[in-house]
Design a protein around this ligand. Structure first.
Ligand SMILES: Nc1nc2c(ncn2[C@@H]2O[C@H](COP(=O)(O)OP(=O)(O)O)[C@@H](O)[C@H]2O)c(=O)[nH]1
Ligand SMILES: [Mg+2]
Ligand SMILES: [Zn+2]
Length: 290
């Protein structure tokens, strides 16, 4: 019987099987000889032991696998930031986008809490991210604005939900899947309650063939592991201007005749995106020296 691993805890894998049951499984199959470890999101072949237990016999081929969080077979990432409270950290968002581009994972960007900001701020965010080609959703979970449209893009897909703490990820999860019953609140409230922050990854099934994975919030992302010269490939809006660069392999930093720098000057590429690119480029270069 086939199924999908939706969570893993202490050596047990919980498999949502095609018969509709959830099986607690151990990894027993021959794939273990090849040192392959099942990941949450893996499609597997299981042997049923009883109505609640089974063994994983085979790992089916993966479409992709992410490192952080460690999950397989992702269709897309939904990255959530708040338009305000906390202020959107676009440097952090751009770092996240780079890591997803480098793994060829499609990203949908969502700014929540638009009830807290003026229309100008909404337009500012749109102007930065729309030209990059990312699908953008400006929502307010509190006022239930933009949620139905957002739900449509999740249907039939396996989506990783990511973003810093306090932006409303759990609130959104609870709206999409009330049974998830995620704890919400301000960061300080959670700390006061002494909440344990380490968590396992778990997929919630929010509809037919539709899965959502809530991940712990992140506060920093390193991009220095990339080759300085490859970093430009992870800014999708650069490519259409590269034909105007004088040098093949132009990295768009110090070169004088550069289509990308020209596009920044003309306002076709956002200055905020470009400045973060230069910053990340320098970080990668710095790292290479040691
Ligand atoms: N004003 C406003 N507050 C929101 C909205 N969505 C969530 N919040 C609040 O933001 C805080 C953090 O939400 P939470 O879901 O715990 O964030 P998480 O850390 O990303 O999971 C909570 O106090 C929520 O009530 C929204 O659309 N507007
Ligand atoms: Mg949360
Ligand atoms: Zn260039």
């Amino acid at each position: 019987m086939r199924g999908k691993i939706i969570k893993g805890i202490a050596g047990f894998y919980y498999v949502n099987a095609e018969d509709g049951n959830l099986y607690e499984c151990k990894a027993k199959g021959k794939f273990r000889k090849d040192k392959k470890k099942p990941l949450v999101g893996d499609l597997v072949q299981i042997q049923r032991l009883d109505e609640k237990a089974g063994n994983i016999e085979e790992l089916l081929p993966r479409k992709n696998a992410l490192v952080r969080p460690a999950v397989a077979n992702i269709d897309q990432a939904l990255v959530v930031f708040a338009a305000a409270s906390p202020e959107p950290n676009l440097n952090l968002l751009d770092r996240f986008l780079v890591t997803m581009e480098s793994q060829a994972i499609k990203v949908v960007i969502c700014f929540n809490k638009i009830d807290l900001v003026a229309e100008e701020e909404i337009q500012r965010l749109k102007k930065i991210y729309e030209p990059c080609g990312y699908e953008l959703h400006l929502i307010s979970v509190q006022e239930e604005a933009g949620l139905e449209e957002l739900k449509t893009i999740l249907t039939g897909k396996t989506t990783v939900l990511a973003g810093p703490s306090g932006v409303g990820k759990s609130t959104l999860m609870n709206w999409l899947h009330p049974q998830a019953n995620m704890e919400t609140g301000s960061v300080s409230q959670k700390i006061q309650r002494g909440r344990h922050t380490t968590r396992h990854s778990e997929f919630f099934s929010i509809g037919n063939d539709t899965y959502l994975l809530d991940t712990p919030g992140f506060s920093s992302i390193f991009v220095e592991q990339y080759e300085p010269n490859e970093l430009k490939d992870y800014f999708p809006e650069f490519s259409s201007y590269e034909e105007d660069c004088k040098f093949i392999g132009c990295v768009h930093v110090g070169e004088t005749v550069c289509g990308v720098k020209q596009a920044v000057q003309e306002g076709k590429i956002s200055k905020s995106r470009y400045d973060n690119y230069v910053l990340f480029y320098q970080e990668c270069k710095q790292k290479k020296r040691y």
